[in-house]
Design a protein around this ligand. Structure first.
Ligand SMILES: [Zn+2]
Length: 63
């Protein structure tokens, strides 16, 4: 998420995840229109995944 701050007075307006946003500052009435420039933070699908192994032997007796 991105912190949206007023370009004029620097007041924190919102924390949001967006591609485009227009938000009006309640303090100085400046209309801020922003575009998100952050790259997506999601890991690619081929990321390392912890695999649980070695639990094939169940200690429960079926009988
Ligand atoms: Zn402002």
């Amino acid at each position: 998420m991105i912190e949206v701050r007023c370009g004029d007075c620097g007041r924190l307006l919102a924390r949001a995840s967006f591609s485009r946003i227009e938000i009006k500052c309640p303090r100085c009435k400046t209309l801020n229109s922003l575009r998100a420039i952050e790259p997506p933070t999601q890991a690619p699908a081929s990321a390392n995944v912890e695999v649980n192994h070695g639990q094939a032997n169940t200690s429960m007796d079926g009988r």
